[in-house]
Design a protein around this ligand. Structure first.
Ligand SMILES: Cc1cc2nc3c(=O)[nH]c(=O)nc-3n(C[C@H](O)[C@H](O)[C@H](O)COP(=O)(O)OP(=O)(O)OC[C@H]3O[C@@H](n4cnc5c(N)ncnc54)[C@H](O)[C@@H]3O)c2cc1C
Length: 388
């Protein structure tokens, strides 16, 4: 379709990828971002093959290779024994395009540099205060802006979502809290994602930046979120105490915690309507998820391609947005449901049930290791660039 100018709200992973995808399909696009500098939190992010294939199709494969660690396996481990329950060998049974671990800042900077190279304007320090009408005219801290189409990639507290759905509600607390930290890799952690599973808690760890540092995410169920804001610094000794019964090498990782940030995990349900007239949304704005499938950003990346490709394919915005939503909604619903189930699976509290589940995983990992990996084919072995 012939859209003269497309504006994207939000220069997160979703918004920047959408800008590159729209540019790839020949659209004139700009991004507006409320923060003054693009420096995503000091934490890691896993990008599975279904996300990486989009970034590769946008020509970013080599640049991203240079700043990522290729993950060879996922190791599901018991918290008390500190040893593997199941080993998912992604190299042997996995995906040619590979599973990657990034420092978030490296991924964001690579996307931003690609935008700069393509002449895409990313206006920093420009906050959308109000969406004026259904054409997508917006009032920002730098004045009003008009465009032919407006894309909301504005995350969990999205103004676009509130406008499209006609309701402005804060996302509810999920009962899960995550502490995030980066620590030096003193345990020779392999190029794998470790998931230590314990009652009401789990820890995910994986290496970043050539393997020199580890990203550690510690999750615990909690009845309420009492803090002001949803991301606050916390005392490492409090976290160590909470996970004191985790043993093996992960206990040494916990001993090295220096700076930790505590995140309340909040989430809206997946939106049933993603667009209205000339306005559409994507990523966390449309479908925030628990991070227990490591798919939030990856699904935003898939959205980015789907949205750009459908806009290129259809003559009018309504047809394109309708096709985009029809393609994306069932898939993200499945991903979000799988992440919710993982919260339950990882946190099994009743001893005999945990023992039974871990035994079944151990047996499956020994006698049918390929099937254990292949059960994730629907997530990882999916290439949106071929689907649209
Ligand atoms: C602990 C944890 C671990 C995770 N691990 C993974 C993982 O390994 N893999 C994975 O794929 N996902 C992971 N996720 C999920 C992932 O971080 C999110 O799904 C992803 O960042 C969403 O991207 P987005 O671009 O949609 O939104 P965001 O990253 O939230 O970006 C939104 C942007 O919009 C800007 N913005 C908002 N409002 C306005 C406004 N009014 N005006 C201008 N700008 C605005 C914001 O400043 C921000 O830059 C994890 C999440 C958590 C909490």
């Amino acid at each position: 379709m012939a859209a003269k100018q497309i504006t994207i709200i939000g220069a997160g992973i979703g918004g920047l990828t959408a800008a590159l995808a729209l540019n790839h399909f020949g659209f004139d696009v700009r991004v507006i971002e409320q923060t003054d500098a693009l420096q995503d939190v000091g934490a890691g992010i896993q990008i599975s093959p279904n996300g990486f294939c989009v970034l590769d199709a946008l020509g970013l494969g080599p640049a991203l290779d240079a700043v990522s660690v290729r993950g060879g396996a996922v190791s599901l481990r018991d918290y008390q024994a500190g040893k593997p329950v199941a080993h998912l060998d992604l190299n042997r049974f996995g995906y040619a395009i590979g599973y990657r671990f990034f420092h978030r800042a490296d991924l964001i900077q690579t996307l931003k540099q690609a935008c700069d190279a393509h002449g895409i304007s990313v206006m920093l320090g420009c906050r959308v205060e109000h969406i004026i009408n259904d054409r997508g005219d917006v009032e920002t801290t730098k004045g009003s802006l008009n465009s032919d189409l407006l894309i909301g990639a504005d995350g969990i507290h999205s103004k676009t979502r509130a406008h499209i759905l006609g309701q402005s509600q804060e996302p509810p607390f999920t009962g899960q809290v995550a502490w995030r930290a980066l620590v030096p890799n003193r345990i020779n952690h392999p190029n794998a994602a470790w998931v230590h599973m314990g009652p009401h808690r789990h820890i995910v760890s994986y290496p970043l930046r050539g393997g020199d540092i580890l990203n550690v995410v510690m999750v615990q169920e909690q009845a309420k979120w009492a803090q002001d804001g949803w991301n606050v610094p916390d005392d490492p000794s409090v976290v160590r105490h909470m996970f004191a019964d985790f043993s093996g090498p992960i206990a040494d990782v916990l001993a090295g915690l220096d700076t930790v940030h505590k995140w309340g995990l909040f989430r809206h349900p997946v939106a049933s309507q993603w667009w209205r007239n000339r306005i559409v949304m994507m990523g966390d704005a449309a479908h925030p998820t628990l991070p227990f499938m490591a798919q939030g950003a990856v699904q935003a990346i898939e959205d980015a391609w789907a949205l750009a490709a459908t806009l290129a394919k259809y003559d009018d915005a309504a047809a394109a947005f309708g096709a985009y939503q029809a393609l994306r909604l069932p898939r993200v619903q499945r991903v979000v449901a799988a992440a919710n189930r993982n919260a339950w699976k990882y946190h099994l509290a009743f001893g005999p049930l945990r023992f039974g589940a871990h035994t079944a995983l151990r047996v499956a990992s020994t006698i049918m290791p390929a099937s254990l990996v292949r059960q994730f084919d629907w997530v990882y072995n999916y290439d949106i660039t071929k689907a649209v």
